[in-house]
Write a protein that binds this ligand. Structure first.
Ligand SMILES: *Cc1c(COP(=O)(O)O)cnc(C)c1O
Length: 380
C-alpha cells in the first residue's frame, strides 16, 4: 500500500515508467545527451521523487529557476543542472557558485556575469537564440554585442546555445520549425566565428526529439515524454506515420479515498449553487478532494473519478476541498475505498488527456497543476 500515512489524496509515480521513458528517448536520440526537464515540480510528479528515479540515467537536468535547481541538487543529483528560465540579478551569484548552467539572452545579465565569474567559480552560459517563438531569446542582430560583453571575462564560458520551437506540437507541418532551425544555425555560426566551438547545442523539446532527428544536436531537452505523456495528439500521429513512434508509459497515478456514501432522492440539488439536481434516486459519494488539491473547478458536473473500476461522474460544483460523485451504478461503495482522479483502475482509465479535453487545455497543465504540497510516492 503506497498511501502515505495520514493523507487523503496522494500521487504515485512509477520509477520504472520514468526510467523506461528516459531509455526510450535515448534510443530516439542516440547520439545526444538527455536533458531531463524537471521544472514545475517535475510536471507535477514531484522534483525529489523524479530526480531520485532518474539520477544516473539523465545526463543533465533542466529547471526553470534557481530554487528548482537547488531542489534538484538536494535530491543528490550529480548531473549538471541547467536553469531554463529568467534568473534575477540577485540570484546570479548563488547560481554561479553552485555551478548551475544559466540561460542568458539579456546584456544586463551578461554584464553581471562578466563581473561575477572567477577562476574558482566560472559562469557556464547557454545563449538562448530568438528564432521565431517570440518569447525568451536574443535577436540575431543583438548577438554580437552580447558576446562582446561576455568575452570581457575569460571565466564566462559560453558552453551552450539553445532555441525553442514555437509550433512543433500543434501541427503535422514542420515548415516553421525548419525556418527556426536555419536561424538557429546562423546564430551558432556567429558565436563560433571567434574560433571557440559551442560544446552543447540544443534545440529539441519532446516533440522535436521524437519527430526530427535534425534538431537533436548535442542534447535534447525532454519534459512531457519523460512522464509518459505525448506532447499532443498530432505528435503521436506524426510519430506513427513516420515510423518514429516509441513506447511511452504514463508515470503518474493520482489517488484519493471515499469520505462518505449516502442515498438521496430524485430532485435533490447537489453542492454549491444548486447547479445540478439528481434526476433519479441516487447514491452519492463525497470525495475529500477539491480545487485546492488541483482538481479544477471546471470539472464541475463534467469530470469523473474511478471507484471499484467504474466511472463516477462529478455532481455539481467542485468545492475547495471536496466534491461529490454519482455512485448509483457502482454497488458496495464504502468510506475509504480507493478512488482514482487520474490513472487506471481495473479495466478503466482516466487519462490526463481526457481531463485536458474537458477543461479546454493540454495534458501539461493538468499534471503541473496538481498541488505541489500533496505527497508524491515512488512506486515500482
Ligand atoms: C519546458 C521546456 C522543454 C520541455 O518541453 P516538453 O515539450 O515538455 O518536452 C524544453 N525546452 C524548454 C526551453 C522548456 O522550457
Amino acid at each position: 500500500m503506497a498511501r502515505p500515512q495520514g493523507t487523503k489524496t496522494w500521487i504515485e509515480v512509477s520509477r520504472g515508467a520514468l526510467r523506461a521513458n528516459a531509455a526510450a528517448l535515448k534510443r530516439s536520440a542516440p547520439n545526444s545527451r538527455l536533458i531531463c526537464v524537471v521544472k514545475s515540480n517535475a510536471y507535477g510528479h514531484g522534483t525529489a521523487e523524479t530526480v531520485r528515479a532518474l539520477r544516473g540515467r539523465a545526463d543533465w537536468f533542466a529547471v526553470d529557476s534557481l530554487a528548482e535547481a537547488q531542489a534538484v541538487r538536494s535530491a543528490a543529483a550529480a548531473e549538471p543542472v541547467l536553469i531554463l528560465g529568467y534568473t534575477l540579478h540577485e540570484n546570479l551569484k548563488a547560481a554561479v557558485r553552485s555551478g548551475f548552467r544559466l540561460t542568458v539572452y539579456n546584456p544586463e545579465t551578461a554584464r553581471q556575469l562578466a563581473v561575477l565569474a572567477t577562476a574558482r567559480h566560472p559562469a557556464h552560459v547557454h545563449l538562448k537564440i530568438e528564432t521565431g517563438t517570440s518569447r525568451q531569446g536574443i535577436l540575431e542582430d543583438d548577438l554580437p554585442a552580447l558576446l562582446r560583453i561576455l568575452r570581457r571575462n575569460p571565466h564566462v564560458i559560453v558552453e551552450g546555445a539553445s532555441t525553442h520551437f514555437a509550433n512543433i506540437e500543434d501541427t503535422t507541418d514542420s515548415s516553421y520549425a525548419r525556418g527556426q532551425l536555419r536561424r538557429y544555425l546562423k546564430a551558432v555560426a556567429v558565436i563560433e566565428s571567434s574560433g571557440r566551438p559551442v560544446a552543447v547545442k540544443h534545440t529539441a523539446c519532446s516533440a522535436a526529439a521524437i519527430l526530427f532527428p535534425e534538431t537533436h544536436f548535442d542534447a535534447v531537452r525532454t519534459g512531457i515524454a519523460l512522464y509518459g505523456l505525448w506532447p499532443s495528439a498530432e505528435t503521436k500521429v506524426s510519430a506513427r506515420s513516420s515510423g518514429r513512434s516509441l513506447e511511452l508509459r504514463t508515470a503518474l497515478v493520482w489517488k484519493t479515498l471515499v469520505a462518505q456514501v449516502k442515498a438521496l432522492p430524485a430532485g435533490t440539488p447537489v453542492s454549491y449553487g444548486l447547479t445540478e439536481k439528481l434526476t433519479r434516486r441516487s447514491n452519492v459519494a463525497v470525495m475529500p478532494i477539491g480545487y485546492w488539491d488541483g482538481l479544477d473547478r471546471g470539472l464541475s458536473s463534467v469530470g469523473h473519478v474511478l471507484i471499484r473500476g467504474r466511472r463516477a461522474k462529478i455532481l455539481g460544483r467542485v468545492c475547495m476541498n471536496m466534491c461529490v460523485v454519482d455512485v448509483t451504478e457502482i454497488p458496495g461503495v464504502r468510506p475509504e475505498d480507493e478512488a482514482i482522479i487520474i490513472g487506471p483502475q481495473k479495466e478503466e482509465r482516466i487519462a490526463a488527456e481526457e481531463v485536458a479535453r474537458q477543461l479546454g487545455t493540454i495534458n501539461y497543465e493538468v499534471v503541473t497543476r496538481i498541488n505541489p504540497t500533496l505527497p508524491r510516492v515512488l512506486v515500482a
